[in-house]
Each structure stands twice: as C-alpha cells, then as structure tokens.
Design a protein around this ligand. Structure first.
Ligand SMILES: Cc1cc2nc3c(=O)[nH]c(=O)nc-3n(C[C@H](O)[C@H](O)[C@H](O)COP(=O)(O)OP(=O)(O)OC[C@H]3O[C@@H](n4cnc5c(N)ncnc54)[C@H](O)[C@@H]3O)c2cc1C
Length: 455
C-alpha cells in the first residue's frame, strides 16, 4: 500500500496526499459520512486527475469523488480500501463572460462562490440550495441539484452548457460546449450530470448565466387546506407568468418545528394554520413587478384562497421568511430525510398514507412535510424517537412502498447514493436499470468510480 501511495504522491505531490485524513469527511453540514478511506488525494489540475485515475484503474483501486459532502443519500461513504478525491485545489472561476452569459469554473468552487462571481459581473446564477456555503460545482452537477428556483430556471442540468470529465481509465473527455444549441451527435455532458460520480469525474463546467433580476418579491401565506395550495399555485402561475421563481409549501408539522416558541424564528401569524406557502417572484421591472405581485395577493385574499399572509417589505423581511423554510439543521442532524416526487394531485393522500402507516408502527413519530411543491417535490423528515435500525427500515419501507400506487419517484433531487439504492426499482424499470448497468460497465469496467453507489 505504501508503495502505491508513494506513486500517487509522485503524481500530485506529497502535500496533496493526506493519509489517515481523520474527520475530513465531516464538514459543516454533518451529513454523517465520516472519512474511512486510506488517503484523501487533492489534485491540482485535470491532468493530475487523469494520471491518478489511470494509475488507480490499472491497480483496481476504488476512488470516491468528494464535493462539499452535503449530499443526504450517503453518496460519499468511504471504506478503508477507498481513496477519496477532493477538489479543494481546483476552485478557480476561470471566466465570467457577460456578453455570452457563461461562466467557466473548476469543480471545487462552491455554489456560494459561483453565485458571488455571477453577481460581481452584474449577472445571476440561479441554482440555489440551503447548503450553498459548502456544496461545490462538481457536486451540484453530479447530483443535478434542484433547490428553490427550479420552477423558473430548472434543475442544475438546465444551467450546464458544457463540461470536462475524466473517465475511469484516465481519458479526458472535453465537452466544453458554450452554446445553447449543439445537436452535433450525442450530448455527452448528460452522461455525467446526475450520475453521482459513478460514470466519470467532473473537473470543469461551463455554466449558463442569467440576467440579474431587479425586482424581488416574497410573501408568506397561510391556507386551510391542500386544495387551496393547488389553487394558489395555479393562480400564481397565471398571474405572474415567468416571474414566478419559487413556490414552497410547509405543512404545520414542519412550520411548527421551525417557529416553536423556543426556536430561532418567529411566526408572523397569531395562530396556527394547516399549511404555509412561500411565493417568490423575480423580474426586471421594479415598480410594475411589485404592483403585479400585490395584485396577485389581493386576488388570493378576495377569493378567499388564503386565510392570512404577509409580504416582505425589505431584504431583512425577505430573509426572515426564507429563514423559516431554511430551518433544516435539526432534520439534517437528527431525522430520517426523504425527497420524493409525485403528481401534485396525489400529494395529500400520499401524506395521509405515510402518516397512517408510520404511526401504526411508531405512534410517537414526528412526520414533518414540506417541499418545492411547484416542482412536484415533497420532502419528508421523520423523527421516530429511538434510533433502532428496524425502526429506520420500517419508516423507509413505508415512505417508498407507499409511492407505488402513485408511480412516484424515490428521489426528486437528492439522488440515490447508498441510501436509496435498494429502492431504485420502485421508480425505474428493469430495462432502465439494465441500461444504467451497461453504461457503467462500458465506461468503468473495473468498477473503480464510487463503487456500490446508485446501481
Ligand atoms: C442544508 C441542506 C440543504 C439542501 N438542499 C438541497 C436542495 O434544495 N436541493 C438539492 O438538490 N439538494 C439539496 N441538498 C443536498 C446537497 O446539498 C446536494 O445534493 C448537493 O448538490 C451536493 O453537492 P456536494 O458538492 O456537497 O456533493 P457531495 O455531497 O460531496 O457529493 C455528491 C455526489 O457527487 C459526487 N461528486 C462530487 N463531486 C464530484 C465531481 N467533481 N465529479 C464527479 N462526481 C462528484 C460524489 O461522489 C457524490 O456521489 C441539501 C443539503 C443540505 C445539507
């Protein structure tokens, strides 16, 4: 082993091979993926990644690509025989082109750095998720991250114009396309987007930027029933058109936890409601956009589609509203987290199904529901009380098996990792899974890249 690590040291430099890297697998978001690998390797450029993978492939050495380690599906779990590949030395924002609306970056730049670089050029990078301080370009692309602005801008896939990836055998595939249109054969970037590091290692990305919105309106609304949620969504779409960029829903089970008396956030409402909605709109005409947003709120009130509501009148008030939705530390730390997709009309009965099933086994479990409902994406956090493995398995089975009648998806945006692998067949057909395996076998025949994850 020492000999092998010495060979790696010769490729990337002694200082870039951390042996016994201890707790380096744990980062701010504490997603329970302690580092167990034999070394953490920090290449400085694509050629080093290529040389490293070539060596690992020849020796059958497994490699786990690390981004910011914020995934919630145990996609970066290491074993003592793995090495991990970190992009902390590859963080450059190489180019922001305000004419073309593109940004070219190395894999290790954090999402926050991407947003700031776009902002400094007077532009906008629309991918936005709660872990932005830590998650990295390579990670958000490898997981096809979603977030709070998908209803308008799409998932990360929509923001990727091109990328550079390294295959298991060290081949560098440069697909650094900079155009929206390019139908010249297969669009290979899609092989790597959302494939969680099992098909290749992403080293660079060309992102598409957007114009910076100038108006930004946010409201927090309260409703009595799920049917009102659907009506508010339909009315918001009709009234705001492409300005609508966020539609988040929090059931009282989640909202209460975030605004409980001893909690960090105060509810602006003087009583509890069944469900709460955050509507966010962004546009380029400050005055008329705000007038249009206000008129939507008036329509919702006049038609009794909402029972209460507040609109943010300052940046601080906007942040306060979003902070309630962003209060997820407790669930990342303590709860079992799920992230499913369903047709919006099925969400209410699905929630009833899982609550009934979970409470039959675990009467005191807290089942908190919330999510990006404008994208059909429901999050569920379950605090079951004890931490017994059998309780966890029972909860998992209820959440996923209950999707079957609705043909729901087991992962809306978090991916599969190790966590959801046993349930993949609930969402994907046998032929889809067979094709996934065939692709993996073709590009990584020795199964060295993030082995055991996804399929
Ligand atoms: C508080 C919080 C809020 C979150 N909110 C959202 C949300 O709204 N929407 C959402 O989609 N997700 C969300 N997540 C989940 C997570 O942040 C995303 O999945 C994120 O995209 C992961 O990025 P990362 O850099 O941390 O990747 P990691 O967790 O490090 O890795 C994720 C996967 O990508 C692979 N990978 C990483 N870098 C590379 C690379 N360069 N090349 C090839 N493979 C690579 C890894 O091997 C792994 O399989 C949230 C997580 C937290 C903790």
């Amino acid at each position: 082993m020492t000999n092998f690590l010495e060979q790696i040291e010769r490729l990337v430099g002694v200082k870039n091979v951390l042996v016994g890297a201890g707790d380096r697998g744990e980062r701010p978001w504490n997603t329970h993926q302690p580092f167990l690998g034999k070394a953490l390797v920090r290449p400085e450029n694509t050629q080093q990644v290529s040389d490293l993978l070539k060596l690992c492939n020849a020796q059958g050495q497994s490699v786990v690509p690390f981004g910011g380690l914020t995934n919630l599906v145990r996609a970066c779990v290491t074993t003592p025989s793995d090495i991990a590949l970190s992009f902390e030395n590859m963080k450059a924002i190489e180019d922001v082109n305000a004419t073309e609306l593109t940004m070219t970056v190395e894999a290790g730049a954090t999402l926050q750095e991407l947003q700031q670089a776009a902002e400094s050029a007077g532009l906008f990078f629309p991918v936005d998720i709660g872990s932005k301080d830590s998650c990295e370009a390579g990670g958000i692309v490898s997981t096809n991250a979603g977030g709070t602005k998908v209803i308008r801008y799409g998932m990360t896939r929509e923001a990727v114009l091109g990328l550079e990836a390294v295959l298991a055998d060290g081949t560098i595939v440069s697909s650094m396309n900079r155009y929206i249109k390019n139908n010249s054969g297969f669009d290979l970037k899609h092989l790597f987007i959302g494939s969680e590091g099992v098909l290749g290692v992403i080293t660079k990305v060309v992102f598409k930027l957007d114009v910076k919105p100038l108006s930004h309106n946010v409201a927090l609304l309260a409703v009595d029933s799920y049917s009102q949620v659907l009506e508010v969504l339909a009315e918001s779409r009709r009234h705001l058109g492409s300005m609508l960029c966020g539609f988040e829903v929090m059931w009282d089970s989640f909202y209460c936890k975030a605004t409980q008396p001893e909690g960090r956030h105060k509810s602006p409402f003087d009583r509890q409601h069944a469900i709460y909605i955050i509507i966010e709109a962004m546009g380029t005409q400050v005055e008329s956009d705000t007038t249009q947003f206000l008129s939507l709120l008036e329509i919702l009130m006049e038609n009794e589609l909402v029972v209460d509501g507040v609109m943010a009148n300052s940046d601080r008030e906007r942040d306060e509203i979003w902070a309630i939705r962003g209060e997820v530390e407790w669930l990342v730390r303590d709860a079992q987290n799920f992230d499913v997709s369903l047709r919006s009309g099925d969400v209410e009965t699905y929630i009833r199904d899982i609550e009934t099933a979970i409470h039959t086994d675990l009467p005191s479990a807290l089942v908190a529901t919330f999510g990006h409902l404008g994208d059909n994406n429901l999050h569920i956090a379950v605090l079951a009380g004890g931490d017994g493995d059998s309780d966890r398995k029972a909860v998992e089975a209820h959440i996923y098996n209950s999707l079957l009648p609705y043909q729901g998806a087991i992962s809306a945006e978090h991916g599969i990792g190790l966590e959801k692998k046993p349930f993949l067949a609930i969402t994907r057909s046998a032929s889809e899974i067979a094709l996934m395996r065939a692709l993996k076998q073709t590009v990584d025949p020795n199964n060295i890249l993030n082995p055991g994850k996804v399929i």
